[in-house]
Design a binder for this molecule. Structure first.
Ligand SMILES: Nc1nc2c(ncn2[C@@H]2O[C@H](COP(=O)(O)OP(=O)(O)OP(=O)(O)O)[C@@H](O)[C@H]2O)c(=O)[nH]1
Ligand SMILES: [Mg+2]
Length: 285
């Protein structure tokens, strides 16, 4: 996709709810992205495209496959789903250690899984940066999130922050998370977070196998992309893309690289979430 200037594409387009919260927003708001130079805007909103530029000389690169390719207007429109309003509450709902303690499955639900410390809670915090009153706890120490934490995004969908697997995982992790993934009736999509710097680890492979075995539709999100050079990251992404193309059935063919520090990829992921939960109609170009 050729990317015309974001400013040009979005000139005069400010979602209604975004206006209401502008005073509280951090660098995660599209309106703030527009103040950046065009190159920086592109890098922030479409990190996969930026990485692709490093790989141009390599023939046959698979990164070009972009199944989800929203317009800039779509991305700005999707942001409204993440802006709180009196009629659209974004809030922590409850925590559960067992599936039968989870809230009623009344809306579409998405969950975030991954190794402890991969950045699940940080990513959710970044997604909710336009609703800063929502408390999402992150920590440097692995194994911080011990329960399944449920957040509501108005009447649109519920989002679940899961405890991590691997190092310092809670004792009842398997009973809790496996049961949830296997049996939750409203689970629409599972986001499997992989550290973009270290790539797929042994424990990640087990999680991938589990998603495949349960026939879950899942998406791979590559975290902490601010921590590596572009060249290094491009190679990692290419390797993981190849794995997804050749070794998986249920994985969405497009990777989502993100940084919860720089907000790179966060706007696109918000748009994807709004789309898959049926809250955004994307015009195909
Ligand atoms: N540089 C950088 N650090 C990050 C990013 N995301 C998370 N971190 C850091 O990684 C550490 C772990 O982040 P969390 O979000 O708590 O990780 P988690 O996956 O929720 O961990 P558990 O709850 O223990 O499973 C924290 O020190 C974060 O500040 C990122 O995008 N970039
Ligand atoms: Mg956590």
């Amino acid at each position: 996709m050729s990317v015309p200037g974001l400013s040009a594409a979005l000139a005069g387009f400010v979602p209604r709810r975004a206006l209401a919260v502008r005073a509280h927003t951090g660098p995660g708001a599209v309106s703030q992205v527009l103040h950046l130079p065009e190159r920086q805007q592109r890098r922030l909103v479409f990190p996969l495209q930026e990485l692709e530029r490093c790989l141009v000389p390599r023939a046959g690169t698979k990164l070009h496959v972009r199944t989800f390719d929203p317009s800039l207007e779509d991305i700005a429109r999707a942001e409204a789903a993440f802006c709180p309003a009196p009629s659209h509450r974004i809030d922590y709902v409850s925590s559960a250690e067992r599936l039968d303690h989870a809230p009623a499955p009344s809306r579409p639900e998405v969950c975030f899984i991954g190794r402890s410390n991969v950045g699940k809670s940080s990513l959710i915090k970044a997604l909710f940066s336009l609703a800063p009153e929502v408390q999402v706890r992150v920590s440097k120490k692995p194994g911080h999130t011990k329960k399944m934490n449920f957040f509501q995004v108005g009447k649109y969908f519920t989002l679940v922050d899961m405890p991590g697997y691997g190092f310092k995982a809670p004792k009842d992790f398997v009973d809790m998370v496996e049961a949830y993934l296997k049996e939750r009736p409203n689970l629409t999509r599972t986001f499997l977070l992989i550290d973009g710097v270290v790539g797929i680890q042994k424990t990640d492979s087990i999680a991938i196998e589990m998603c495949e075995e349960f026939s879950l539709p899942y998406v791979m999100v590559l975290t902490k992309i601010d921590k590596a050079s572009k060249g290094y990251l491009a190679k990692q992404v290419l390797q993981i893309q190849e794995f997804v193309d050749t070794q998986t059935q249920g994985c969405f063919p497009q990777l989502f690289p993100v940084s919860s520090v720089t907000y790179s990829g966060i706007h696109l992921l918000r748009c994807f979430l709004a789309h898959i939960t049926g809250n955004l109609h994307i015009n195909s170009s």
